[in-house]
Design a binder for this molecule. Structure first.
Ligand code: 8YV
Length: 321
């Protein structure tokens, strides 16, 4: 029987499904040596949120497939996996809508100061009817700039255009005709997007090209009234430059679901800024979506080990080997 290593706990039914196809060994990824030993003895692996380095795969000669319970795959060295002939599968699609909801939660929370004012009420500060000191900014009718108009970016664009009557600008490697037709989205250069947008949403994967895509110069080129939303990966933004920009009013605020270091250290200056909404990387984190992701990843893994997987493959080149 094939052997699968799981480095994240799985819903019972998903574990049951995997056990119909293989022996499943659950490991605690914080215990490095037993984890690596288990990978050496496995045909496949499934998990999320842990860096899998080439060194960890030395000697894992049976390993044929890894399946991440995420759409992002920046925890893996894809070229190294391809060289080793290991298929990497991921879970796009199933998390698109719930992640776009998280992005919109951040947009609304920042613009209408939801977290700050809820804290203010809880602290017993609401003593007379509110005035301009508690007012926020409109979302409807404003301009949203989406950096990376893939699946999740497209779902954000739909909410923005059809739900909030917003103008949609975007950057992307290729034109997204569907979003242009359905949501009036306009493809522009990053400089124009940053200069024109009231809300700048980062929806790019983390790659060497997107690391620190938004730094001090980009923040300076945004409107003073702009709000930056990041639910992609922390490292797409130069966090030190962002802290500076938020401190000195270069931009108005930020809604962040992702950070340089996660969990966000308790002494991060971001946590003491009223113009920041910080979430604990909840992008896809609903009961329904996380279950769908685990099942999708398990099905991907079983099919990859059978040699029948045709979708959700990160490194297609490996199949040509
Ligand atoms: C989580 C995510 O990080 O899918 C992604 O890329 O960012 C998230 O959904 C997590 O890995 C889910 O287990």
């Amino acid at each position: 029987m094939k052997k699968i290593v799981a480095w994240k706990s799985l819903p019972e039914d998903v574990l049951g499904y995997l056990q119909q196809h293989a022996q499943v060994v659950q490991v605690d990824p914080s215990r490095h040596d037993p984890f690596v030993a288990a990978l050496r003895d496995a045909d496949g692996g499934i998990g999320a949120s842990v860096k899998i380095t080439p060194a960890m795969l030395e000697g894992a000669s049976r390993l044929k497939a890894l399946s991440t319970i995420s759409v992002g795959y920046d925890q893996f060295d894809v070229d190294d996996l391809t060289r080793r002939g290991i298929v990497l599968a991921h879970t796009p699609d199933v998390l698109t809508e719930s992640t776009a909801d998280t992005v919109f939660s951040l947009i609304l929370a920042c613009a209408r100061r939801v977290v700050e004012l809820a804290d203010w009420v809880r602290a017993g500060q609401w003593r007379t009817s509110i005035g301009p000191a508690q007012f926020g900014l409109d979302v409807q009718g404003k301009t949203i700039g989406i950096v990376g108009l893939g699946r999740i970016g497209g779902a954000v664009a739909r909410r923005a255009a059809l739900g909030f009557n917003m103008n949609v600008l975007y950057t992307n490697r290729s034109a997204n005709r569907q979003a242009e037709q359905a949501y009036g989205a306009r493809r522009v250069e990053l400089a124009e997007l940053l200069a024109q947008s009231d809300f700048v949403c980062l929806q790019v994967p983390l790659t060497p090209e997107t690391r620190h895509l938004i730094g001090a110069a980009e923040l300076r080129s945004m409107k003073k009234s702009a709000i930056l939303i990041n639910a992609s990966r922390g490292a797409t933004v130069d966090e030190a430059a962002l802290i500076e920009a938020l401190r000195n009013g270069t931009i108005h605020g930020a809604g962040l679901d992702v950070f340089n270091t996660e969990p966000l250290p308790a002494d991060s200056p971001l946590l003491s800024m009223p113009n920041v909404v910080a979430l604990p990387h909840i992008g896809s984190a609903t009961h329904e979506t996380r279950h769908a992701m685990a099942l999708n990843a398990a099905e991907n893994l079983v099919a990859a080990l059978d040699g029948t997987l045709t979708t959700n493959i990160v490194n297609r080149d490996v199949l040509a080997k």
